[in-house]
Write a protein that binds this ligand. Sequence first.
Ligand SMILES: Cc1cc2nc3c(=O)[nH]c(=O)nc-3n(C[C@H](O)[C@H](O)[C@H](O)COP(=O)(O)OP(=O)(O)OC[C@H]3O[C@@H](n4cnc5c(N)ncnc54)[C@H](O)[C@@H]3O)c2cc1C
Ligand code: FES
Length: 371
Amino acid sequence: MDASAPKPATAGPVPTGYFRWEPEEDDVLICRAVRNETHDVKTFVLAPRQDRQFEFVSGQFMTFEFEINGETIQRCYTISSPPTRRDTVTITVKRVPGGPVSNWLHDEFQPGMMLKATVPMGEFTWSGMQDTKYLFLSGGSGITPMMAMTRAAYDLALISDIEFVHAARSPDDIIFRDELSFMGRRNHWIKPTFICEKDSPFERWSGIRGRFDHAKLQVICPDFKERVVFVCGPAPFMKAVRELFVEAGFDMSRYHQESFNFESFTEEAQEQIAEATEAITTDVKVFQLEFTKTGRTVECPEGLTVLEAARRAGIRVPSSCSKGLCGTCKSKLTSGSVEMKHGGGIRQREIDAGMALLCCSRPKSDLVIER
Ligand SMILES: Cc1cc2nc3c(=O)[nH]c(=O)nc-3n(C[C@H](O)[C@H](O)[C@H](O)COP(=O)(O)OP(=O)(O)OC[C@H]3O[C@@H](n4cnc5c(N)ncnc54)[C@H](O)[C@@H]3O)c2cc1C
Ligand code: FES
């Protein structure tokens, strides 16, 4: 993404003599440790079953498969560890009230247990240029990609000015507070600033207080227009930050963002569905899609993806990227066939077993889908 980078300072390819982790061959990771970060955030340290090393770029995520109450669920988690530490990867997960996977991870997932995982992917990546100024802006669990980037910069002792701004509800909610402060003390190029909306029961917040806005940006980072900006956080935070930068006349080609909360992108999804629906003429074929778990059958005019047809009919199918990358919408087709143009979010052996990514699958016949 950071395309002008002359010298990528990721950890580079895995050195000869080491084996690379190959998710096609050995797609299972073992939990080595669980660490408490805050009252509702935990880090899980994951290692390959055999002596292998990971290869990825800071900011990438992996898709994991969970069996919870007899259901197979896919979720993406950003790798919060840097590519400079290759023997394990860590994911840092916030407990989402009512969310099946984050609660299962917090309550059930223990050292020694295993998880299925896919190859690291994603384009919200950082190549860490020397002599470049960055502004990392995160809210809540959106800190994870920036943490991987900053840990890599620290490990590689990059001369790369990083203004690291993290917004949290209260001091108790600041993730990686000690580690960021430690890195900042040891490497003056890393400059963490925490913003809290309110005090914690046992800590009065004496730092910058309130929601992130233009005045705070000016105080924390007056030279923000000279920086490359990375933003990740809850949808309202991301929307507000983006508007702020647009209004400030920031060169948006230097602005990179990722959201974990794709539910809030339904406006965009609705627009896409409306466009796709408009392109459908009256004489197109219409396929019947039966969703066995919800017990609904919906119409899908030729040209729409299964996900678009489901959303159009108000059926909630878990999805994230909508580009065939992350695997969140992977589902079993019990009958029928689709044309699928995916971006790597599904393995050949899964396709052979009748699985499909609903976000990039267009029906070629009526379908029965296990959803
Ligand atoms: C590319 C990518 C990377 C991600 N990386 C991380 C990560 O590093 N750490 C992490 O904790 N989560 C991350 N997520 C979110 C994660 O995949 C799950 O969505 C999250 O753990 C909730 O799963 P769940 O099954 O418990 O609840 P779900 O059923 O998925 O969600 C329940 C509700 O909570 C909302 N929600 C989902 N995630 C969050 C969140 N983080 N904060 C607030 N509301 C949320 C959903 O929109 C939904 O309305 C990432 C998502 C994507 C797409
Ligand atoms: S939503 Fe990401 S692969 Fe379908």
